[in-house]
Design a protein around this ligand. Structure first.
Ligand SMILES: Cc1cc2nc3c(=O)[nH]c(=O)nc-3n(C[C@H](O)[C@H](O)[C@H](O)COP(=O)(O)O)c2cc1C
Length: 314
């Protein structure tokens, strides 16, 4: 039985993100995978309305699905995407982060949150491999949140990201075709995905540059100062993507290093257990609101003031 590998891109047709993704998928196909490729520009994807019916349902132990499931192509794509062994995502960088089309598609993943749905017994856990390609016209400096934003949107469906590549300095359509080394790196992404798939799930590891990024857990290049989390947990420094907690330590050669604390992976968002804590948080904070008549009454009394306020629009 061959592995199923899908490519999902949000880039221009026949341009950089799509070309690099095709190069990765070619490597997978040559190594025996059954390959599927979609460009999100060919589909109708609606914005999440924020109705939260999915998480309200999950808080009550029900898989309600997305309220938009019959309104656009998201469900049709997810039916295929969630049945893949691996997915490679590629997206152009707009304003330092992935383009809004990519984010619009991925922000609809909450209704398919595998940690939450597994926790309530609605689905069986499934191991998925993922890899990311971010493409931009500039250097890392102008793509500083691209891979990080892409990665966090994939953890919702429990993709284990085994490699990521930032293709820099390719602003013009298909300009990446000038650079054999960029195409070769994309091919390596495909090879690493296949390598991961041919490894037992429990032994699958990060296959990119071991030194990539600040975070030794998820390899993101983005840290922030820690603040008290739900339940009071706090770390001096956190990884903005996986939530690993720890501190900056100066090494013998005078460089700064992010060292994860002994309890620093308690809420590791790349694991279903870690995200399960967030499920409890939503049940407490959102569920607690809906279940408390006093809180609902107070909001109902205060809301009309703001409903009546109008300012000039355009
Ligand atoms: C609205 C817009 C914003 C952009 N912002 C960035 C940016 O912040 N950083 C960057 O490196 N490139 C930026 N770019 C350049 C694109 O990332 C670049 O053209 C890329 O090759 C597009 O990928 P594609 O050919 O797959 O569509 C921007 C392009 C557009 C249209």
């Amino acid at each position: 039985m061959s592995f199923k590998v899908m490519g999902v891109t949000a880039g221009r047709k026949d341009s950089n993100s799509e070309i690099l993704l095709k190069e990765s998928l070619l490597a997978c196909q040559e190594m025996g995978a059954e390959v599927t490729l979609i460009n999100l520009r060919d589909y109708n994807i609606l914005d999440c309305t924020g109705c939260t019916s999915c998480t309200i349902g999950m808080s009550m132990g029900k898989n309600t699905g997305c309220s938009l499931k019959n309104a656009d192509d998201k469900q049709r794509i997810m039916d295929v995407l969630l049945n893949q062994d691996a997915v490679i995502f590629s997206a152009p960088t707009y304003e330092l982060m992935p383009s809004s089309l990519f984010l619009k598609f991925m922000h609809r993943n909450l209704a398919y949150e595998t940690a939450f749905l597994t926790k309530i017994g609605a689905i069986e856990p499934r191991d998925r491999v993922g890899a990311l390609i971010a493409v931009g016209g500039s250097t890392r400096s102008w793509q500083s949140m691209a891979l990080e934003c892409m990665q966090i949107t994939t953890v919702t469906n429990s993709f284990k990201i085994v490699d990521m590549y930032m293709a820099t300095m390719v602003p013009a359509p298909a300009q990446v075709l000038l650079y054999d080394e960029k195409l070769a790196r994309a091919r390596e992404i495909g090879q690493n995905v296949m390598k991961a798939l041919n490894t037992p799930p429990a032994e699958r590891k990060w296959l990119g540059d071991p030194e990539a990024g600040w975070c030794p857990n998820c390899h993101s290049n983005c840290l922030c100062l820690g603040e008290p989390q739900w339940g009071g947990l706090q770390y001096p420094i956190e990884c903005t993507v996986c939530g690993a907690g720890g501190d900056l330590v100066k090494t013998d050669d005078g460089k700064w290093k992010f060292v994860i604390a002994a309890n620093g992976l308690e809420r590791d968002r790349t694991t279903e257990e870690g995200r399960g804590v967030h499920c409890d948080e939503i049940a407490d904070v959102q569920g607690g609101f809906f279940m408390d008549p006093t809180k609902r009454q107070t909001v109902a009394e205060r809301l009309p003031k703001y409903q009546k306020i109008t300012f000039k629009g355009i």
